[in-house]
Design a protein around this ligand. Structure first.
Ligand SMILES: C[S@@+](CC[C@H](N)C(=O)[O-])C[C@H]1O[C@@H](n2cnc3c(N)ncnc32)[C@H](O)[C@@H]1O
Length: 248
């Protein structure tokens, strides 16, 4: 997996604590000198326990690091999260001697949805997740926190064009299942063989171009009054159907 050397900033007490609790690589903690805040003291204690360098700096330095945002006396420099490649995902399946099982997210925007999807993906043995580089949430400290550590175990590949990627997956023998309200009942579906499931955007669903590339569509039947399930809930149900239909 590629690692970039540039630093990202995490600004403010709550995001700083969330980053410290996640698996994200934190390079340095900057806190305001002579701060008597309990929250800052807790951040300093946790950072030191993790062996992270803590630097006490004047407020002006924090203003500069945070670009004059409301830093509340703390700024962290962190390494951006690592992304996998689609080949890494295939390699992970091969290493486990299993047919590939991927999840494709067509423009998920809510970091809590992505975190929750990662958490279930880890539990259900998904080999990796594919997301687009644009118009979708990327890996952030909120995603990491919601994933409760699963972000460390489930590789996420970022691609420029999901439609092209799906075409390439199909050329490599992967059967691609889209999801909407007009497909076959997912309870009768078996995810045997190389499989990818596509989950759509929270508002718009799967884009028409991508839907056209899907080999089949699946539906989670609903008998209530609402029109659809939350994207992460739908993804979880699909992942668990795939998991159990593989006899795992
Ligand atoms: C909140 S829904 C989007 C609803 C959107 N208005 C639409 O028409 O597709 C987000 C995604 O969750 C999945 N989803 C939600 N409910 C589903 C269901 N009952 N069956 C299959 N997929 C579902 C689909 O992937 C959908 O694109």
């Amino acid at each position: 997996m590629a690692q970039s050397n540039t630093n990202d900033m995490v600004i403010g007490r709550h995001p700083a604590m969330a980053a410290l609790k996640s698996g994200q690589t934190i390079n340095k903690v900057f806190v305001q000198a002579e701060s008597n805040s309990d929250a800052i003291a807790e951040i300093v204690t946790r950072a030191k326990q993790k062996g992270i360098i803590v630097s006490q700096v004047p407020k002006t330095k924090l203003d500069q690091l945070s670009n004059n945002q409301n830093h509340q006396g703390v700024v962290l420099t962190v390494s951006p999260f690592e992304y996998a490649t689609v080949d890494d995902l295939f390699a992970r399946a091969a290493k486990r001697n299993e047919d590939p099982l991927f999840l494709i997210l067509d423009g998920i925007e809510d970091p809590h949805n992505l975190g929750s999807i990662l958490r279930t993906a880890d539990a259900a043995g998904i080999h990796g997740i594919i997301i687009p580089k644009r118009r979708a949430v990327q890996l952030t400290s909120t995603v990491a926190k919601t994933s409760t550590g699963a972000i460390e175990y489930v590789p996420v590949a970022r691609v420029t064009n999901l439609v092209q990627t799906v075409k390439q997956l199909k050329e490599r023998g992967v059967w691609v299942f889209g999801t909407d309200m007009k497909g076959q009942d997912f309870r009768k579906w078996s995810a045997k063989g190389p499989t990818a499931m596509v989950i759509g955007n929270e508002g718009k669903g799967i884009s028409p171009l991508l839907k056209k590339e899907c080999d089949e569509m699946l539906t989670i039947p609903m008998v209530g009054h609402v029109q659809s399930l939350n994207a992460s809930v739908a993804a979880s149900l699909l992942m668990y159907q795939a998991f159990s239909s593989r006899g795992e």
